[in-house]
Design a protein around this ligand. Sequence first.
Ligand code: HEC
Length: 174
Amino acid sequence: MSWKASAFVLGVGLMGLGLMSGAAVSEEPRVSFPANYKTAFENYLSLDRVQNPDQIIRLFANDIALEAAREGKELPNGSILVGEIYKAKTDAEGNIETSALGRRMRGKFAAVAVMEKGEGWGDKYPVGLKNGDWDFAIFSPDGKPLNKDLNTCRSCHAPMAATQYLFSLEHMGQ
Ligand code: HEC
């Protein structure tokens, strides 16, 4: 298969996962791929995704984030959080399979979602898209930026102001 065909297949697959919007998006992500996250970050939580019935997520945080979370402080600039997103394993008919624990099982590794906090990074965003000074990016498992409308990330996380725009804050640094 040519790379164009592969990219198309990947794109269609990711759209099915709700990881990609139909429209082309030109935004350059400000957040870069944290290439060392598998060894340098802590995997603080893994779960069946709450809002996506066919996905699993494994969450990682760097020491800067974990230390502040442990102390109950605001996560400082330089905090980086990673969500490894997997398709849930399906049977021959395409139904989601669950384990003896009633949990989904990991299928294809689909994407790496990243949040990072930086000085003044929230300044340009209006209410509804602003997540304090957090910003977002999404990559293929090998670190290539995916063509995704990052405002979908921003608008879903923005209501979580009480937990620093994070869904899993209370699980961090335990
Ligand atoms: C429809 C809502 C929604 C959208 C859109 C969304 N997220 Fe999230 N995100 C969540 C939820 C819920 C969690 C908690 C874990 C889970 O169930 O996936 C989460 C967790 C995370 C985490 C771990 C930190 C935390 O908040 O717990 C990161 C990093 C993350 N998302 C990045 C992204 C990125 C990057 C995008 C856009 C490509 C994105 N998210 C889009 C709902 C969303």
